[in-house]
Design a protein around this ligand. Structure first.
Ligand SMILES: C[S@@+](CC[C@H](N)C(=O)[O-])C[C@H]1O[C@@H](n2cnc3c(N)ncnc32)[C@H](O)[C@@H]1O
Length: 196
């Protein structure tokens, strides 16, 4: 059950022994990919606000014998994690769903260790979304309605004091406003940045 829009672990350059935190871990796909890379001396923590997803991820971890993973119920705007405790923070198609993205990035900054990496895959828009898309529940569920303009998204990351941003394009698609029929281009991107 992968509901992501990129592959953050593929570009995160995870090392054995690292502590990784996944924002909005869902059924745990990216947590398990990361767990394979950090090995038995590392640890991967998934955070999700939905109890059903935490239960599902725990069941998958148990049936596949993952001992270096942990799933915590919580919100990405109020991370259940200590300050300066994480080497790499990943997220796959979740931050677009948050109504408070600046809070998400400042929480990410808080929990990362100095020199820690932020590697997030997400959906952004080429230009501001028309109101008909922003207010469409199906578009929310499809990770479209909350998409910021690409530059605004990157500014949110810089605004949380992250440095050395690199953007990797994953693909693009179009969405139509159900009211006006106007279309807008959506971009799937991965962004890598560092806590100085
Ligand atoms: C589109 S799914 C992506 C799941 C997973 N990252 C993947 O790639 O398969 C979004 C997930 O984020 C969780 N989520 C959405 N908003 C959240 C928030 N504010 N805090 C914590 N979890 C959130 C949802 O419960 C859901 O499991």
């Amino acid at each position: 059950m992968g509901l992501g829009c990129g592959n953050p672990t593929a570009i995160a350059e995870l090392r054995e022994g690292e502590t990784v935190l996944d924002l909005g871990s869902g059924a745990g796909m990216d947590v398990f990919l990361a767990a394979n890379k950090v090995g038995p001396t590392g640890r991967v923590i998934g955070v999700d606000m939905t109890e059903a997803m935490i239960d599902k991820a725990n069941a998958i971890a148990k049936s596949n014998g993952y001992e270096n993973v942990e799933f915590r119920l919580g919100e990405i705007e109020n991370l259940p994690a200590e300050d300066n405790s994480v080497d790499t923070l990943i997220s796959n198609c979740v931050i677009n769903l948050s109504p408070n993205k600046s809070r998400v990035f400042s929480e990410a900054y808080r929990v990362l260790k100095p020199k820690g990496r932020l590697v997030v895959s997400d959906i952004v828009a080429e230009r501001a979304l028309p109101d008909g898309i922003k207010e469409d529940l199906d578009a929310w569920a499809g990770c479209i309605a909350g998409a910021l303009e690409k530059n605004e998204y990157l500014e949110e990351i810089r605004g949380a004091d992250f440095a050395d941003l690199q953007v990797v394009p994953n693909g693009e698609f179009h969405a139509a406003d159900p009211r006006s029929g106007e279309t807008v281009k959506l971009l799937s991107i991965s962004v890598k940045a560092y806590k100085p």
